[in-house]
Design a protein around this ligand. Structure first.
Ligand SMILES: *Cc1c(COP(=O)(O)O)cnc(C)c1O
Length: 367
């Protein structure tokens, strides 16, 4: 049996309906901003319970433009998690600010108890990452940010429809940044991203930042960027958002089955604590495994497309060398880099595939 990581072939086996909707847009010539983009922005924001949605051309830009909008400038410091995808730190670096890494918890999210010790007079923002679809501990992070008057930009790229105490991730901070990359939970046919905010002023600034700083056709308020969400991608997004509850619930269902099975392998597999207050959307299904590298090789040999997200934490990447971090600086992130393993999880998995993955893991440890 094969359990593939990518599900795009199945997801888009029937693409005629989407192509028809795109053809209708092509006929109108409404290719940039315009009706389809506004329609998608509104449905995305309302799905999350946010006031405004601002479509941009990637999740990375959603972070970068958010950081610009809250006032991050060259020379500032921005605190983020040491285990995130490189784009989070890359967006911070692109503003000219320095990423300041924070160690994480066994739930794979920023350890809120460590944040205050990282705040300096140069700190200008905090970027919690809802990694793997796990909501970060926003209660504590919001309290710290408020106390130090720091804006929060949430990296919710992996956490569409994740919730903490019933509130969607991405709606706690000044802004929330989402990616619509083909392998994210809500995806389109290429690169795209979207920002949500409840702040009217920030929404207006972000709309200008993504479109050259233009106030209207003839007047420019400040130098901006070209980071518009394509109308054609907005059509795909609007089509797929209608099935996003099913996508999310299916991922949650398979994760629950794996959680149950793996919790019986205590001692060799560590399932992160699952809290009542959190809705985990399992962008990645990650656990910590004893003898991880050999388990990984075994799974791949058995046709299970397991992966590691990621084997090298950001503070130990070459791109961070000038920041002066050392091995041992972030013990939890480093421990996890050696132990985490990601199983394929998506809405097109079948029950026999989930059973098969679980059996492969059992077999490996019975040897
Ligand atoms: C995917 C991702 C991004 C970047 O999104 P793109 O759309 O690929 O630019 C940023 N942060 C995290 C945590 C991500 O997973």
């Amino acid at each position: 049996m094969k359990v593939k990581y990518s599900y795009l072939e199945e997801q888009f086996a029937d693409y005629d309906e989407i192509l028809e909707k795109i053809a209708a847009v092509v006929k109108t010539g409404d290719f940039t901003l315009g009706k389809e983009v506004s329609k998608f922005e509104d449905s995305f924001a309302s799905k999350l319970g946010a006031r405004f949605g601002i479509g941009v051309n990637s999740g990375t830009d959603a972070l970068f433009l958010s950081l610009k909008a809250v006032g991050v400038e060259p020379g500032d410091e921005v605190i983020t998690a040491a285990n995130t995808f490189i784009a989070t730190a890359g967006a911070i670096a692109a503003t000219g600010a320095t990423p300041v890494y924070c160690d994480i918890t066994d739930e794979y999210v920023m350890d809120s108890e460590l944040i205050e010790s990282l705040i300096t007079s140069k700190t200008r923002a905090i970027v919690p990452v809802h990694y793997a679809g796990v909501p970060a501990d926003m209660d504590q992070i919001v309290a710290i940010a408020d106390k130090h008057k720091l804006p929060i930009v949430e990296d919710a790229c992996q956490a569409f429809l994740a919730k903490l105490n019933g509130q969607c991730t991405g709606t706690f901070g000044a802004t929330g940044a989402f990616s619509l990359h083909p392998l994210k939970n809500l995806n389109v046919w290429g690169d795209a991203g979207i920002i949500v905010t409840d702040d009217e002023q920030l929404s207006a600034t972000l709309r200008k930042l993504r479109n050259h700083g233009l106030r209207n056709r003839d007047e420019v308020d400040f130098f901006g960027y070209n980071s518009r969400l394509d109308s054609i991608q907005a059509v795909v997004g609007s089509h797929l958002i209608t099935s996003s509850d099913w996508i999310t619930e299916t991922r949650i269902k398979w994760a629950a089955q794996m959680d149950r099975a793996f919790s019986e392998l205590e001692g060799v597999i560590q399932v992160p604590e699952r809290r009542e207050s959190k809705r985990y959307v399992h962008h990645l299904y990650m656990v910590m495994a004893h003898d991880r590298d050999r388990l990984m090789a075994f799974l791949i040999e058995k046709g299970v497309d397991a992966k590691i997200h990621y084997p090298i934490p950001l503070h130990l990447q070459r791109c961070s060398a000038h920041l002066g971090y050392q091995v041992g600086d972030f013990p939890v992130a480093e421990k996890q880099a050696h132990a985490i393993i990601t199983f394929p999880i998506h809405q097109h998995l079948q029950k026999d595939q989930v059973d098969y993955m679980i059996n492969c893991v059992r077999k490996f440890y019975e040897r």
